[in-house]
Design a protein around this ligand. Structure first.
Ligand code: AGP
Length: 623
């Protein structure tokens, strides 16, 4: 959601700005803009829709200058149009700002600025920041203060800080000045800002992806820090600590190539990357000698973890579905009571929690605003907090006491696929680890490790259903409603399969525990409403088959996902997709694959924008 880039140096700024915004497209946006400074003039270009529109504008009318900032906007306050697209300017058009986050008190600020005679051009909350900086700077300049490089542009920094103290809410922002083209100021509170250090140049971005290939030296700005950036210098101050030495880190390219590699969409590429992603998530984390899993970054001693009486898994969306599966597996293998909480609910709830409660925040991006807030609330209450996260250095990864990285590689498609399966695997490994701290035997631990190790190959085999799934997708692509049914470990699979279809094909889909269907959703069943049923093996097989018969008796088509060939199922249902059978606690990691493919092919057939579905953002950084 919303992306920021900035450049100062000896090169033209606009090529980096454009490329950076392209790399941030995955976050979701509906308009974009850049501004550069050249010979004390701003060159601003904005467009609605895709970055390619902005590119056309720049091709027709270049924006010259070796200093510039850019932004992709996901509308919150005001419609998606050029007027509301960033950068925003102060009254004199001498200060430009790009901003991520939400200014909660913008209405009051806007009214008081309007009362001073300042005219606003947009409906956004962000414009008040530019106007506040402008108002402060005008006063300071009128009082005879002069910005100079020698004193690190302190007047400009003071004007920015004057504005920041008046804001309530969150910001990651970058400010440039038409009349002072030697400097760029960045600040952060709750919305990430990453600085890239080059030779006689600096970069800014809202995550590290735009910086790859430009520099491998990065600095993560922390909350309440402000950076004063010139081509050759970087000075960081903290609101309470004054000047601090920036901690320069090595940028990790995060393994996989972020290109399409010949696939038509990132989602399909990422579905097919799952065997490798699972191998990477598991690498070095299971010990056959100790019959357990091992994690380097939990930062809690085994005796502290052994003392945990209750685990809370908190997340949103797909990550919440992984949490639900985690609950089933952890309770089964480790016998620890687990609750799965929507982060947006947990952040404002006040559940009674005993001392030995451990929180895991599960998040692909590590930037989800609700998940971050829930984590902070649990930290504030004194509970240990751990993250299960894909993006290295993200806000949640930094704020948690410790955690486990997924190592799934960059996930660009808005619909999460490989992050989901690796989250499920990491939760299964944690269940093994907690189980072995308690009553799980050495022998049982070794058996679980063997089952985990089978997974990448089983998922690779499940991917071979692609052609069959495509055929089935063509058969049902015109239907408007779908039911997804699963039971026990595969109830989360049903929820996740339905979410995938909703997200990218804009069709109505509901996930249910199979047996719950007769308590209401069965009323939806007709010949145009397919039910996608994840058929289990074992003792609930007959019970799920009874639900299948109930759907068929009402004329509803059934698509069954079976673990191993099953004639009995084939006789009853309309279409069968067979995936390899693995142990029931990890079967969902295999059975979700054809459901991801089904959603993908239906969306393609319906002409939907698979990687950038309407209204959605990859990283949901607003409440
Ligand atoms: C997944 O396909 C969705 N795009 C969405 O539900 C996502 O899982 C959710 O927004 C949470 O994101 P996170 O994992 O980055 O925290």
């Amino acid at each position: 959601m919303c992306g920021i880039v900035g450049y100062i140096g000896e090169q033209e700024a606009s090529p980096f700005l454009l490329e950076g915004l392209r790399r941030l497209e995955y976050r979701g946006y509906d308009s974009a803009g850049i501004v550069t400074v050249d010979r004390h003039r701003f060159h601003s270009r904005k467009s609605v829709g895709r970055i390619v529109e902005l590119e056309h504008k720049l091709r027709a009318d270049d924006a010259a200058g070796q200093l510039g900032i850019g932004h992709t906007r996901w509308a919150t306050h005001g419609a998606a149009n050029e007027k509301n697209a960033h950068p925003h300017f102060d009254q004199r058009g001498a200060i430009a700002v790009v901003h991520n986050g939400v200014v909660e008190n913008f209405r009051g600020l806007r009214e008081s600025l309007q009362a001073e005679g300042r005219a606003f051009k947009s409906e956004t909350d962000s414009e008040v920041i530019a106007q506040l900086i402008g108002a402060s700077l005008e006063k300071r300049l009128a009082a005879g203060e002069t910005p100079a490089a020698a004193d690190r542009y302190s007047v400009l920094v003071d004007a920015v800080n004057d504005a920041l103290v008046r804001l309530r809410g969150t910001y990651g922002l970058v400010v440039i000045f038409r009349d002072f083209p030697g400097v760029m100021i960045a600040a952060r509170l709750g919305s990430p800002i990453v600085l890239g250090v080059g030779a006689s140049e600096h970069f800014v971005a809202s995550d590290a992806s735009p910086l790859v290939g430009y520099t491998d030296k990065i600095v993560y700005l922390a909350d309440h820090q402000t950076a004063v950036i010139t081509a050759n210098s970087l000075h960081v101050t903290h609101r309470d600590q004054g000047q601090i030495q920036p901690h320069v880190e090595q940028l990790q390219a995060n393994g996989a190539d972020a290109g399409l590699d010949g696939y038509p969409h990132y989602m399909l590429k990422e579905i097919f990357e799952q065997p490798e992603a699972l191998r990477n998530a598991m690498r070095g984390r299971v010990s056959e000698d100790d019959a357990t899993a091992k994690f380097g970054g939990l930062n809690l001693r085994p005796n502290q973890l052994r003392g945990v009486d209750r685990i809370i898994l908190t997340a949103c969306g797909t990550s919440w579905h992984a949490g639900l599966l985690g609950e089933y597996i952890i309770e089964d293998l480790a016998g620890i009571p687990v609750e799965v909480e929507y982060a947006s609910e947990l952040r404002y709830r006040n559940p009674p929690l005993d001392n030995n409660t451990l929180l895991f925040a599960i998040t692909q991006s590590g930037e989800t605003a609700d998940t971050l807030a829930a984590l902070r609330e649990m930290k504030r209450k004194g509970h240990p907090t751990l993250a299960i996260c894909n993006v290295v250095g993200s806000s949640i990864a930094q704020e948690a006491d410790g955690g486990v990285y997924l190592h799934a590689g960059p996930e660009v498609g808005v619909a999460s696929t490989k992050a989901y399966t690796t989250q499920c695997l990491v939760l299964a490994m944690l269940a093994l680890y907690f189980g072995r701290l308690r009553n799980l035997s050495f022998e049982a631990g070794q058996k679980i490790i063997r089952q985990l190790q089978e997974l990448p190959d089983a998922v690779a085999k499940a991917l071979e259903t692609n052609d069959e799934v495509k055929r089935i997708a063509a058969k049902y692509a015109e239907c408007r409603n779908f039911l997804y049914l699963g039971r026990q470990f595969n109830f989360p699979t049903a929820l996740e399969g339905a979410l995938k279809l909703k997200e990218i094909s804009y069709l109505h889909a509901e996930g249910y525990p199979a047996a719950e269907m007769k308590h209401g959703p069965i009323a939806l069943v007709d010949e145009r409403t397919p039910s996608v049923v994840v058929v289990p093996r074992g003792f609930v097989f007959e019970k799920v088959m009874a639900n299948v018969e109930e759907v068929k008796a009402r004329g509803g088509p059934v698509i069954a996902v079976c673990a191993e060939e099953c004639e009995r199922v084939k006789e009853v249902v309309d279409d069968t997709i067979t995936v390899p059978a693995v142990d029931s606690f990890v079967q969902p990691i295999v059975s979700i694959v054809p459901l991801q493919l089904l959603a993908y092919h239906i969306a393609v057939l319906r002409g939907c924008d698979v990687d950038k579905p309407r209204n959605l953002a990859k990283s949901v950084t607003v409440e």
